[in-house]
Write a protein that binds this ligand. Structure first.
Ligand SMILES: N[C@@H](CCC(=O)N[C@@H](CS)C(=O)NCC(=O)O)C(=O)O
Length: 257
């Protein structure tokens, strides 16, 4: 039996849940409350010393990294394939997914925390000492530094503009890919669609939809995606109203103008 350590609103967990849902794979859910620091418990650190979700455990084998988990599921469970047959198309698909690891994943965290999620941390850790002891749990010093910057600087973090720039570029590339296609890789749904929908939906939840005002094909793709059973099971059913509400009141971003 598959076990998934995940979180309701985490974009990379959403990606894995979408693949599980599309392949109709049942799994035991272990939901971690990241704001309460459940990723830092000794039990979870044994499973992933990096203290991040998602983690998939298949028959005792631990698989980390959301992209790697998706490739693993694709290799082990042949039903409802999400990768093209053609090796050149497969390479193209991997390049899309690599973009998440090469910066886009960290940058969605920057946008989310600077505009909204920092409020959750500031509410929970009300003094500098309390914040520092929360940050001290994060095993990777680079991640801790990033978190400190996002939480304390918010909209004035120098990382925010860079993150927005990267997403503008992504949206342009997605718009090109979707210009004459229903799905990012062409006529059929693929792992790339499932990998990117949580990130674009996050921008929408953060009131940044105007970033693709010139690209109606992105909205059409989102609507198409939302009609899939996988979306309903893997994303909609896990929507956390507290997060959605917080993001709906996200600070307005002047760099978009
Ligand atoms: N490259 C990793 C990134 C994992 C990651 O950043 N997970 C976030 C949630 S989206 C997390 O667990 N954060 C915990 C924390 O911030 O302490 C992957 O794709 O799995």
């Amino acid at each position: 039996m598959i076990e998934l350590y995940h979180n309701d609103m985490s974009v990379c967990a959403q990606k894995v849940r979408l693949v599980l849902a599309y392949k109709q794979l049942p799994y035991n859910s272990v939901h971690l409350n990241l704001r309460a620091g459940e990723q830092f418990t000794p039990e979870f650190l044994k499973i992933n010393p990096k203290a991040v979700i998602p983690v998939l455990v298949d028959d005792g084998s631990i698989i980390t990294e959301s992209n790697v988990i998706c490739y693993y599921l694709e290799e082990v469970f042949a039903q409802a394939p999400l990768m093209p047959e053609d090796p050149v198309k497969r390479a193209e698909l991997r390049v899309w997914l690599t973009r998440l690891d090469a910066g886009l994943h960290e940058k969605i965290a920057v946008i989310s925390f600077c505009l909204a999620f920092r409020q959750q941390i500031l509410k929970r850790y009300t003094t500098d000492d309390a914040l520092e002891s929360f940050l001290a749990n994060i095993p990777d010093p680079a991640r801790a530094t990033l978190m400190r910057d996002m939480v304390t600087n918010g909209m004035s973090s120098p990382r925010l503009n860079l993150a927005i720039y990267a997403y503008k570029k992504l949206l342009k590339d997605l718009a090109r890919a979707l210009e004459n296609n229903h799905w990012i890789m062409g006529s059929g749904i693929s792992l790339v669609d499932f990998a990117f929908v949580p990130y674009i939906e996050r921008l929408e939840q953060l009131q940044l939809k105007s970033m693709w005002a010139d690209y109606p094909q992105i909205d059409e793709w989102l609507t198409r995606m939302r009609t899939t059973d996988a979306y309903k099971v893997a994303i909609l059913e896990w929507h956390n109203p507290e997060y959605i509400q917080l993001m709906a009141s996200a600070e307005k971003l002047s760099v978009l103008d």
